[in-house]
Write a protein that binds this ligand. Structure first.
Ligand SMILES: Cc1cc2nc3c(=O)[nH]c(=O)nc-3n(C[C@H](O)[C@H](O)[C@H](O)COP(=O)(O)OP(=O)(O)OC[C@H]3O[C@@H](n4cnc5c(N)ncnc54)[C@H](O)[C@@H]3O)c2cc1C
Length: 454
């Protein structure tokens, strides 16, 4: 069949072998049928896709890793610009930089950079796309030591809505470069990210400590006291059901509780001292303290959910664990229906606070705090309505304790316009809207946390 779009890259239309696989995203609930899926091989293909969509009045979506739980990467009847074939990562160990293709995943990035003992902060799940993750901010285990993914971005190659290809950096299109660092996929298709890298590993230290629900409030209060002393250590505390994993004693499988995960980058002795402090203050039900290759740490949470699970998510930012907030978290955890649904709470601290708030478009305040994720993950679709309702009700009860009720733009399943505005705040939103008007006045890129052109 001749190509639909005037460019030689593979193109799939309904009925083609591979079409159904190519339109699937992480969230199994999303079932949309694009008019054509263009498996682009570089910026020229992207330009051709945009011209085709413009000429035929079609919607455009862009797919990186396909992790957005609202399915922003795919729309009925649209031209889907599929970046999943663009996954090359070039590392220059001398300059400690990496050029990362727009469809690469966390796993692609980590494998290439760790081959040189280097890394950049990115997500905590190996399958997530670097594209969507970075454009929304991108936190990971290294955030306390080296900031967000966007704090380490040097430049980006972008195909703009009118088809032009530009490189955005501090010196070239600085307004676009500012907007790309947190403003999401609103401003163009990024075909290449250039990151600054840092020496990491290859071995790092991990500590996982689990307390049953009855001691959940104590665990959260303990974390509150621990945070100011943590330095570079990455921290996440997850309200969850203990999985049937090899390191979980069989008698605790299926128990509801809180898992504290600490990722240490400052040597085994410092990490061991931290682990002792946890044990001495609040002995856990079970624990796993071990050195681990950094690439394995980056896969440690892969078992929390799987591509094709039925999912929904909301979040808020909080600055501290007040007693009221802790009560709401602990009271709501038992109401979830799916054993995989969870409340992952990630610390944003340390080096995260070194970047001035106004210097990137990231929609979170650069003070020490947490992003509280409320995540429904269901192995069967029948459980999703109950856990979607659980997420919404839990979220509403958390609002009084939030420092930003919009939450993390990358943890939105519904892009409600008022929430997107709240996430960025009026000043950043206004600046983003002006930049949007300059680079995408017709709002071609609107399947995202949309910034309306001003
Ligand atoms: C299991 C799981 C774990 C996660 N863990 C983390 C985590 O640890 N840290 C964190 O910060 N976030 C995390 N996230 C959230 C994640 O950052 C977002 O879902 C993000 O949108 C994923 O990007 P993607 O490219 O995979 O998604 P997609 O669904 O492909 O894209 C999301 C949005 O970004 C746009 N986009 C993607 N790539 C490009 C590009 N190259 N150029 C222009 N626009 C693009 C798309 O058009 C879409 O609007 C997680 C999500 C899941 C499901």
């Amino acid at each position: 069949m001749p190509p639909i779009i005037d460019t030689p890259c593979p193109q799939l239309v309904p009925g083609d072998p591979g079409y159904d696989d190519a339109r699937r995203v992480w969230n199994g609930e999303i079932d949309r049928k694009p008019a054509v899926i263009a498996q682009v091989t570089g910026p020229a293909d992207v330009t051709a896709c945009l011209a085709h969509a413009r000429a035929h009045g079609l919607d455009v979506t862009v797919r990186g890793g396909g992790h957005n739980l609202g399915g922003a990467a795919v729309a009925d009847g649209a031209v889907l610009i599929d970046l999943s074939g663009l996954r090359t990562v070039h590392v220059d160990p001398d300059t400690r930089t990496a050029r990362v293709a727009g469809g690469a995943t966390n796993a692609d990035l980590d494998a290439a950079t760790q081959a040189h003992g280097l890394a950049v902060p990115a997500g905590t799940y190996s399958d997530t796309g670097i594209g969507g993750l970075t454009l929304g901010g991108g936190f990971g285990w290294l955030t306390a030591k080296h900031g967000l993914a966007v704090d380490n971005l040097i430049s980006a190659e972008v195909v703009l809505a009118d088809g032009r290809v530009v490189r955005a950096s501090a010196d070239s299109h600085p307004d676009l470069f500012w907007a790309l660092r947190g403003g999401g996929g609103n401003f163009g298709v990024v075909t290449e990210f250039e990151f600054r890298l840092h020496p990491v590993g290859p071995l790092v230290d991990v500590g996982l400590f689990f307390w049953e629900l009855e001691r959940g409030a104590e665990a959260l209060r303990f974390v509150r006291d621990l945070v100011p002393t943590l330095g570079n250590t990455g921290l996440m505390i997850v309200g969850m059901t203990a999985p049937p994993a090899p390191f979980v004693p069989e008698e605790h499988h299926g128990k509801l509780g809180y898992s504290l995960i600490l990722a240490g980058f400052d040597g085994t002795e410092a990490h061991a001292a931290l682990a002792r402090r946890v044990r001495d203050t609040l002995p856990p039900l079970f624990e796993l303290v071990t050195p681990l290759p950094y690439t394995e740490l980056q896969k440690m949470l892969d078992g929390i959910g799987f591509r094709g699970n039925y999912a929904y998510e909301k979040s808020v930012y909080v600055e501290d664990f007040s007693d009221g907030l802790i009560d709401v978290l602990v009271a709501n955890l038992p109401a979830k229906a799916s054993p995989m649904s969870a409340t992952p709470i990630a610390l944003l601290g340390g080096a995260y606070t070194d970047t001035p708030d106004h210097s990137t478009a990231f929609g979170g305040i650069r003070r020490t705090g947490f992003v509280v994720g409320l995540t429904a993950i269901c192995p069967v679709p029948e459980l999703l309505p109950a856990d979607r309702a659980w997420v919404r009700s839990h979220w509403e009860q958390l609002l009084p304790y939030a420092s930003n009720t919009g939450g993390y733009v990358n943890f939105m399943s519904d892009y409600e316009q008022d929430r997107v505005k709240v996430t960025y705040g009026p000043l950043k939103y206004e600046r983003l809207a002006r930049i949007k008007a300059a680079y995408d006045p017709d709002n071609v890129f609107h399947h995202n946390g949309n910034i309306k052109p001003r």
